[in-house]
Design a protein around this ligand. Structure first.
Ligand code: NDP
Length: 300
């Protein structure tokens, strides 16, 4: 069997198109333009790339983008003061603090200082609690993107066995809540899981969020399963020349694609969907803040 490649890049483009169309409507009908503020502390090169890309895509869908770049040694009180200003800024509907933060800053304190209504990353403890109890919340972007791709690929995922490898707060745990919400039978595996290949082999849906290059192999996969690869790992690529690198996921693509029914590639799978979902969340937050109808198909 040769798996269908789930094209996250193309799907993300359709999500952005939907977002842009809804933005046009609320600008015209209500004179409201959704705004996203991104806060970057320090000069981590990968974070700088993400922030630039987020800003560009935000303006491309017709939203306002506000970038706040702070020095790596910014005092916690100054960062909290900025978040407080953004919480009270009527032009800002979404606030994202780029993680990781420098080690002198308390990540939980910072995240929980964001107004839950503007928490477009869905990491605030209130949103985590709402999601965990099946209530309307802001949903973390990466798992939301995975869910959208699964819903698009399957008529229904109700009753399917889903195995998530990874139990982080930003991917594994919210992914489990979302899949439970869609009535999957959910297993969360992690570094202490016994007989991991056997556990994964039971899955109709596998979500790999481990951070270990090409760890999940084809012979761990049940024939016909849908495999979502969240991992983004940069590895050496001597075949491309000295010092060159390439991106790979947490699954061994070739061997998995030979067995699975469908699989997301890296790059071009979950990554583009994550930013598209950030834009969708900003629009959703704006609609909720102003009591407007929410866009359909862009939330959990
Ligand atoms: P974390 O490092 O926070 O979590 C990794 C998880 O994998 C942990 O729960 C860990 O278990 C588990 N794990 C590690 N080694 C093994 C192993 N050998 N067997 C089984 N489980 C293992 O990572 P994140 O969740 O933040 O990210 C995961 C991956 O997804 C990374 O590659 C990251 O770059 C990528 N990512 C991609 C995004 C995108 O937009 N596409 C967004 C966010 C992340 P334990 O808890 O026991 O230590």
């Amino acid at each position: 069997m040769s798996a269908k490649k789930i094209d996250g890049k193309a799907f993300a483009a359709t999500v952005r198109k939907k977002v842009a169309a809804h933005v046009v409507r609320i600008v015209e009908e209500h004179d409201i333009t959704p705004g996203l503020a991104v806060v970057l502390v320090g000069e981590d090169p990968a974070s700088q790339v993400y922030v630039r890309s987020k800003g560009k895509q935000t303006t491309e869908v017709g939203m306002k983008s506000f970038e706040h770049k702070l020095a790596a040694d910014t005092a916690e009180a100054d960062l909290l003061a900025l978040i407080d200003r953004l919480n009270n800024d009527a032009q800002v509907h979404g606030i994202l603090v780029q993680l990781p933060l420098p080690s002198h800053l308390n990540e939980n304190l910072v995240i929980n200082s964001i107004s839950p209504a503007k928490d477009v990353d869905g990491f605030h403890i209130s949103n985590v609690g709402l999601l965990g109890t099946g209530q309307k919340s802001m949903v973390p972007c990466t798992p939301l993107g995975c869910l959208m791709m699964l819903r698009d690929h399957h008529e229904s995922i109700s009753g399917m066995n889903a195995v998530i490898v990874g139990r982080s707060n930003i991917v594994g745990k919210p992914m489990a809540q979302l899949l439970l919400g869609d009535s999957c039978t959910v297993t969360i595996a992690h570094s202490r899981t016994k007989n991991l290949p056997e556990v994964v082999r039971r899955a109709d849906i596998v979500v790999a969020a481990v951070g270990r290059p090409e760890m999940i192999l084809g012979d761990w996969i049940k024939e016909g399963a849908t495999v979502i690869d969240v991992g983004i790992n940069r590895i050496a690529a001597p075949e491309k020349g000295e010092g060159k690198t390439r991106l790979v996921g947490d699954i061994h693509y070739e061997s998995v694609a030979a067995v699975a029914g469908a699989v997301t590639p890296v790059p071009g799978g979950v990554g583009p969907m994550t930013i598209a979902c950030l834009l969708a969340n900003t629009l959703t937050a704006c609609c909720r803040i102003h009591g407007l109808a929410e866009p359909k198909g862009l939330t959990a």
